[in-house]
Design a protein around this ligand. Structure first.
Ligand code: F6R
Length: 240
């Protein structure tokens, strides 16, 4: 695991964009695994800027996202589909037919999870998976649990996640209760993983996930077992 210390959030974003940009330059038809949440937004801004300047070409890049709420349609401004278009896909020259997220409107969970796993395999796997880190150590919607979950699955959101996400909805009642997420095995099969973290509020979980015991109670701790992980974190997030 390589840990790159950044000065602040802007520096995290620039450094993460450097790594994603290098991946695109080295393999123009690469498969990027992408994340939502607040942390990657700055990196997406940098990538959009570099594409606009002609430094990066997304025309042959394919993407698969980590997760999507179940029950939210694409037009819903809280869907991850909407988020990805707003923050990245509508701002770069990517072929939208090559961008993929779990289909939140598919009611048949087994069918959708299998479709997504098959899709990732058909694409040849993920070259670079971007991850944020939840305060409880979650990655994607893989929450602390007695055992690591494996492939893409439909999960029930925990009360703490509903509580954390309710600020984006009119009320807690409107937060979806379920989501589709890549599983830990799916994430761990990515050839390279890039984790972005910022802020003192993440310092405790960064320390536990990166240098504590590997346990499903801290899902991100499994990343210690991956052969090619880069963590880009600011001083505040590394302060413990
Ligand atoms: C996003 C995702 C989540 C976030 C995590 C951190 O697709 O799956 O696991 O990466 O909740 O979110 P932020 O970056 O908002 O702290």
């Amino acid at each position: 695991m390589r840990i790159i210390e950044a000065k602040d959030y802007e520096d995290v974003s620039r450094k993460a964009a450097d790594i994603i940009g290098a991946q695109i330059i080295l393999k123009p038809d690469c498969v990027l695994g992408l994340a939502t949440g607040s942390t990657p937004i700055g990196a997406y801004d940098c990538l959009a800027e570099r594409c606009k300047n002609g430094e990066l070409d997304f025309s042959r890049v394919s993407t698969v996202n980590l997760d999507e709420y179940k029950g939210l349609d694409k037009e819903n401004d809280q869907s991850y589909y909407y988020f990805m278009h707003k923050h990245l896909f509508d701002r770069v020259n990517i072929d939208k037919a090559r961008t993929h997220l779990p289909d939140g409107m598919e009611p048949d969970s087994d069918k959708e999870c299998k479709r997504y796993e098959d899709l990732i395999a058909f694409m040849g796997g993920i070259d670079l998976q971007l991850l944020g880190l939840g305060h409880n150590g979650h990655i994607g919607f893989n929450e602390p649990a007695p055992a690591f979950c494996k492939e893409t699955q439909c999960v029930n959101l925990t009360e703490s996640t509903i509580e954390a996400n309710k600020r984006f909805f009119a009320s807690a009642d409107e937060v979806p209760r379920q989501a589709y997420t890549m599983g830990i095995k799916t994430i761990m099969q990515a050839r390279r993983i890039l984790v972005v973290v910022s802020g003192e509020d993440k310092a405790g979980i960064v320390a536990r996930a990166l240098s504590g015991d590997v346990t499903p109670e801290i899902p991100a701790s499994i990343l210690q077992m991956h052969p090619d992980v880069i963590v880009v974190a600011d001083k505040a997030a590394l302060s413990k």
